[in-house]
Design a protein around this ligand. Structure first.
Ligand SMILES: Nc1ncnc2c1ncn2[C@@H]1O[C@H](COP(=O)(O)OP(=O)(O)OP(=O)(O)O)[C@@H](O)[C@H]1O
Length: 220
């Protein structure tokens, strides 16, 4: 009778066979090429580089917001195998400057009751639904944009300077929510100019050098 493998070893083998949550190969934007980048479920990778090196364009290309040649897979499924709106819901992008289309905050949230606890953790009470977009400060837009993104429960988060306009208290709240999503298995790429934040949140750091992003760390 065969002896079963110790469960820890079996788990490790199953883990090794699982595709990375996000996998990027040969993705070309106007300014940079991502040769190879894998992000596992529950992993956060910090993407750094000088201003104008192309970090935002890479996130937008992965999110399929700009056309870009190359291969991007979610749990092994090519982005071309699903409608673009489905991809963008699963692979969520938070722009450094969030976009708003309706007059008031509430119109941007499909399920206010479900989102209220999230919005509260980011410092707002229920009155926020009636606020006009025109009155929002930069930091309020950033926090509400983050809440709007999380409300869709994406499996990948592409965060472009998510706390760039926030005070330390709000930054702590956003980082706590990021950590919780990681615990839920979300894969995250974080663009930040804040080296302390990159060190706090991410063990793996990739940098744009000479227009190339190479995944030095590999898949853990
Ligand atoms: N559609 C486009 N066509 C050509 N160049 C573009 C286009 N969009 C942006 N760029 C340029 O590509 C470069 C990279 O822009 P990007 O916003 O990705 O930089 P970044 O690394 O995120 O910078 P920052 O840290 O300042 O936010 C910039 O020089 C920008 O002007």
């Amino acid at each position: 009778m065969p002896v079963p493998a110790p469960s820890g070893r079996a788990d490790a083998a199953a883990e090794a066979q699982r595709p990375p949550r996000l996998s990027v190969r040969g993705l070309k934007t106007h300014t940079a090429t991502v040769e190879r980048l894998d992000v596992a479920a529950g992993e956060i990778v910090a993407l750094t580089g000088p201003s104008g090196s192309g970090k935002s364009l890479i996130l937008r290309a992965i999110a399929d917001l700009d056309p870009a040649p190359g291969t991007v897979l979610l749990d092994g499924t090519d982005r071309n195998a699903m409608p673009a709106p489905d991809w963008r819901r699963k692979v969520g992008y938070l722009a450094a400057e969030t976009g708003w289309w309706a007059e008031r905050v509430g119109a941007h949230f499909a399920d206010r009751a479900a989102t209220a606890p999230l919005v509260a953790r980011l410092g707002f009470d229920d009155g926020v639904w009636d606020w006009e977009i025109a009155r929002l400060s930069t930091g309020e837009k950033q926090r509400l944009g983050f809440a709007r993104l999380l409300a869709g429960a994406p499996q990948v988060l592409l965060l472009d300077e998510p706390t760039g306009a926030l005070d330390p208290e709000a930054t702590t709240s956003v980082e706590a929510l990021i950590e919780e999503r990681l615990a839920d298995g979300v894969a995250i790429i974080l663009v930040t100019h804040d080296a302390d934040q990159a060190a706090r949140l991410a063990r793996r750091h990739v940098t744009i050098q000479g227009g190339r992003v190479a995944d030095a760390g590999g898949t853990p």
